[in-house]
Design a protein around this ligand. Structure first.
Ligand code: CP
Ligand code: NVA
Length: 306
C-alpha cells in the first residue's frame, strides 16, 4: 500500500529513526544513491511561494536520478479549474509522487485520499511536517543524546509550531511554548502531542512570557509572526507579538550554548534580530540544508522499491 506524509502524527518513532539513519547515509555518500529513484518523477503542486521546499525537493530528486515538475498556483488552480479529486487522479497517472503546498489542510488530506501515488505535505496552514523532521534531524546532529533536551518555541502557534509539537513528542524532546493569547498552538495538536510525549516521559509546557519559556533551553526556535496568507494581518500582528522577539536579551536567559533555529524565511527585525540569527549559535542554514537530505530519504522511503 502506498504511504503519504501528511502529518508527523502518522509516523512511528521507529519510522522517524529509520528515516534519520537513511539520511545519515545519504549525507555521507551522495554517489551511492545516484540512481535510487531513476526514472521516477515528482510533481510539485504549489499554491504558495517557496524557496527551500521547492528547491530542496527538485534538487533532491535530481540527485537520486529522478526528475521533477513544478506547477505554480495559476497552472493547476486547485479546486477552481478542476476539483482536487480530478487533479489527484490525473497526476497519479503520470507521476510517482506529489508534493503539495496549499492553504487548507483538508486539501492535502483529499489529495492523498484520491491519489494512488504518495502525497507529501509541503506545508499547509496547519502543518509543515518536512520542516519539523529536518529540524529534529539537525538537533540530533548538534546535540548528542538529544532526548530530553529542551526546545523553547517563541512566537506564533502556527503550522511549524504544530508540526514541531508532534516531532518533539515522537522523538522525546521537551518543548516549552510561549505565544500571545489567542495565538497559541492548535488545541487538538497539543492534546495529541501531550499524549505521545507522556509515553516518552517528555513534557510540553505553556508559558505566558518568553523569558520564562527560554530558561534552561538547549534550543530556541521562532518563526514569522504573519505566515503566508496572513499578510493583511501583518501590522496588527507586529503590535501583538512585539514582546515575543528573539533578541540577545532573551537568548541570554537560555543555556550558554543554546542553538538558535528558524525555518526561514525570516522577517529580520521582527521575530528575530540580525544579531541573533547571524550569531555563532544560529543553525538556521544547517536546518535549510538538511531539508534536502531528510527529504531525499523520505523520497526513497515513499517512492522507492518496496
Ligand atoms: N522553510 C520553508 O519551508 O521555506 P520555503 O517557504 O522557502 O519553502
Ligand atoms: N509559518 C510560515 C512558514 C514558512 C516556511 C508560513 O506558513 O508562512
Amino acid at each position: 500500500m502506498k504511504k503519504d506524509l501528511i502529518s508527523i502524527r502518522d509516523l512511528s518513532g521507529k519510522e522517524i529513526r529509520d528515516l534519520f539513519s537513511l539520511t545519515d547515509k545519504l549525507k555521507k555518500d551522495k554517489s551511492k544513491f545516484s540512481d535510487a529513484l531513476s526514472g521516477k518523477t515528482l510533481v510539485l503542486v504549489f499554491q504558495k511561494p517557496s524557496n527551500r521546499t521547492r528547491v530542496s525537493f527538485e534538487v533532491g530528486i535530481y540527485q537520486l536520478g529522478g526528475n521533477s515538475l513544478y506547477l505554480a498556483p495559476h497552472e493547476i488552480s486547485l479546486g477552481v479549474r478542476e476539483s482536487i479529486e480530478d487533479v489527484a487522479k490525473t497526476l497519479a497517472r503520470y507521476v510517482d509522487g506529489i508534493v503539495l503546498r496549499t492553504y487548507e489542510h483538508q486539501n492535502a488530506i483529499d489529495m492523498a485520499r484520491f491519489s494512488d501515488k504518495p502525497v507529501i505535505n509541503g506545508l499547509t496552514d496547519f502543518l509543515h511536517p518536512c520542516q519539523a523532521l529536518a529540524d529534529i534531524y539537525t538537533i540530533r546532529e548538534k546535540i548528542k543524546n538529544f532526548k530530553g533536551a529542551l526546545m523553547s518555541y517563541v512566537g506564533d502557534g502556527n503550522n511549524v509550531c504544530n508540526s514541531l509539537l508532534y516531532a518533539c513528542a515522537k522523538t522525546g524532546l521537551n518543548i516549552n511554548l510561549a505565544a500571545p493569547k489567542g495565538y497559541e498552538a492548535n488545541k487538538r495538536v497539543l492534546k495529541e502531542a501531550r499524549a505521545i510525549a507522556a509515553s516518552h516521559k517528555s513534557s510540553i509546557k505553556i508559558f505566558k512570557n518568553p523569558q520564562e519559556a527560554v530558561k534552561g533551553a538547549d534550543v530556541i526556535y521562532t518563526d514569522v509572526w504573519a505566515s503566508m496568507g496572513q499578510e493583511a494581518e501583518s501590522r496588527k500582528r507586529k503590535k501583538i507579538f512585539k514582546n515575543f522577539q528573539v533578541n540577545s536579551k532573551l537568548v541570554k536567559l537560555a543555556k550558554k550554548k543554546v542553538l538558535i533555529m528558524h525555518c526561514l524565511p525570516a522577517h529580520r527585525g521582527q521575530e528575530i534580530t540580525d544579531q541573533v540569527i547571524d550569531s555563532k549559535n544560529s543553525i538556521v542554514f544547517d536546518q535549510a540544508e538538511n531539508r534536502m537530505h531528510v527529504q531525499k530519504a523520505l523520497l526513497i522511503k515513499l517512492l522507492g522499491k518496496k
